[in-house]
Design a protein around this ligand. Sequence first.
Ligand SMILES: NC(=O)c1ccc[n+]([C@@H]2O[C@H](COP(=O)([O-])OP(=O)(O)OC[C@H]3O[C@@H](n4cnc5c(N)ncnc54)[C@H](OP(=O)(O)O)[C@@H]3O)[C@@H](O)[C@H]2O)c1
Length: 286
Amino acid sequence: MKIAITGATGHLGHLVIQHLLSQTPANNIVALVRNVKKAESFQKQGIEVRHFDYDQIESLQPALQGIDKLLLISANEIGRRTPQHKAVIDAAVAAQVPYIAYTSLLRADTSQLSLAQEHRETEQLIHNSGLSYTLLRNNWYIENYLADIQHTIESGILYGAAQDALISAAPRQDYAEAAANVLLGSVHDNKTYELASSTAFNLDALAKTISEISSKPVVYKNLSAEDYKQMLLQAGLPESLAGTMVEADIEATRGAFFSESKDLENLLKHPTTSIEATVKSLLASF
Ligand SMILES: NC(=O)c1ccc[n+]([C@@H]2O[C@H](COP(=O)([O-])OP(=O)(O)OC[C@H]3O[C@@H](n4cnc5c(N)ncnc54)[C@H](OP(=O)(O)O)[C@@H]3O)[C@@H](O)[C@H]2O)c1
């Protein structure tokens, strides 16, 4: 059984491979990477590394020879993803890979987030391909709110524009473990999973958790969309990323990241990681 992971050198890819390694021998895993130099740690663990660049179509089909299951981790260049994903799906069909799993977005079929469009298009390409598939519709990563946690603690303010929206975000670790379980399982063909945390939180609760765990005063400050965007730009975020974050918070107020789905905890066979545990482990990593 050969299981291949695209984007293996990324955050999620690394975590998926860690979870696979805890359940299957390294020689069952193939890391598909754009930059082989970044994958030395995989080779040291006995994992086969193959060059795989979505933009170099000729690299794709040969790298998929002999693969039984492929995890396509969505690419990270917004606006270029559909053709990149199409190239991978076409190559999987040509290489006779029987099965593909894809990391999509919560309720990709109906989500009003502009990010959802490329996921919808990719899901359609997978449906049209005739491959057996699993759609892993990952909700927002909780890390999106914690990327600058040290600064949040120093300033004592967690900024956002999500008001008191309930958000069912989980850490990458949980989505990765679920993906590994799906790849190693045998009952997930042609299923679509809506993957969200067991317990929802709002940004006020997240700020309180950061405060309790860091023992420093931290409060949530809600800004208007325009003020939040200006703040992100002043903090040095590129215009497009700042726009995505503001849009995400506005859509959060309309329920975009809230879900009562139990698919994630069912795949994990345990509740998702609490926000307390996530913040604790993040702070311990500094
Ligand atoms: N749900 C959410 O909240 C959320 C948030 C952020 C992102 N996402 C999505 O989830 C995906 C995984 O997240 P992540 O945190 O692991 O992202 P990440 O750390 O940025 O990893 C992206 C991976 O894609 C690879 N990649 C990019 N362009 C490629 C190309 N042309 N050919 C082959 N590989 C290419 C990168 O390779 P290199 O290592 O060579 O750069 C990297 O390994 C993202 O790509 C994005 O689609 C979801």
